[in-house]
Design a protein around this ligand. Structure first.
Ligand code: AMP
Length: 124
C-alpha cells in the first residue's frame, strides 16, 4: 500500500497494460524501441503526433522513475523530442499526468508526446 498522497493504485506488472505492451503480449503501433524505453502511438490520439514513451521497467509515475532511474527518464525525454522533431518539425508538448485526480489512468509512467498542431494554455 502506497503512503504517497498522490492517488495511484499499486499495479502488478502482470496486470499492467503498458508492461504487457512492452512484453509484446498486447499489440501496439510501435514507433521506436530504445535501450530503456518504448515509444508507441496512443490508441486515442489528441494531436497529429500523439506518442506515448514508456520505460521498459515498471514505475508508476514520473516522480517514481525520476528517483529510481533518472537515466531512463532522460532517455524517455530524448526519444520523445526526437520523434517530435522527425514528425512535426520540433515543437512539442510533453505531458506526465501524475495521479488519478489529474487524469492518469494507466499507472506505468508514460510521457505523452503531442505535436503537429497548436495548443492552448492552460490545459483543461
Ligand atoms: P493517462 O490518462 O495519462 O494515464 O494516459 C493513458 C493513455 O493511454 C491514454 O491517452 C489512452 O488513450 C492510452 N491508451 C490506453 N490503452 C492503450 C493501448 N492499448 N495502446 C495505446 N494507447 C493506449
Amino acid at each position: 500500500m502506497s503512503t504517497d498522497p498522490i492517488s495511484a493504485p499499486d499495479v502488478a506488472p502482470a496486470d499492467c497494460l503498458f508492461c504487457r505492451i512492452v512484453a509484446g503480449e498486447i499489440p501496439a503501433s510501435v514507433v521506436e524501441r530504445g535501450e530503456r524505453v518504448l515509444a508507441f502511438r496512443d490508441i486515442d490520439p489528441k494531436a497529429p503526433t500523439h506518442v506515448l514513451v514508456v520505460p521498459l521497467e515498471h514505475h508508476r509515475d514520473v516522480t517514481a522513475i525520476a528517483a529510481a532511474d533518472p537515466a531512463a527518464l532522460a532517455e524517455l525525454v530524448a526519444l520523445g523530442s526526437r520523434i517530435a522533431a522527425a514528425e512535426a518539425g520540433g515543437p512539442y508538448r510533453l505531458v506526465f499526468n501524475t495521479g488519478a485526480e489529474v487524469g492518469q489512468s494507466v499507472f506505468h509512467v508514460h510521457g505523452h508526446v503531442l505535436a503537429g498542431r497548436s495548443f492552448t494554455w492552460p490545459p483543461g
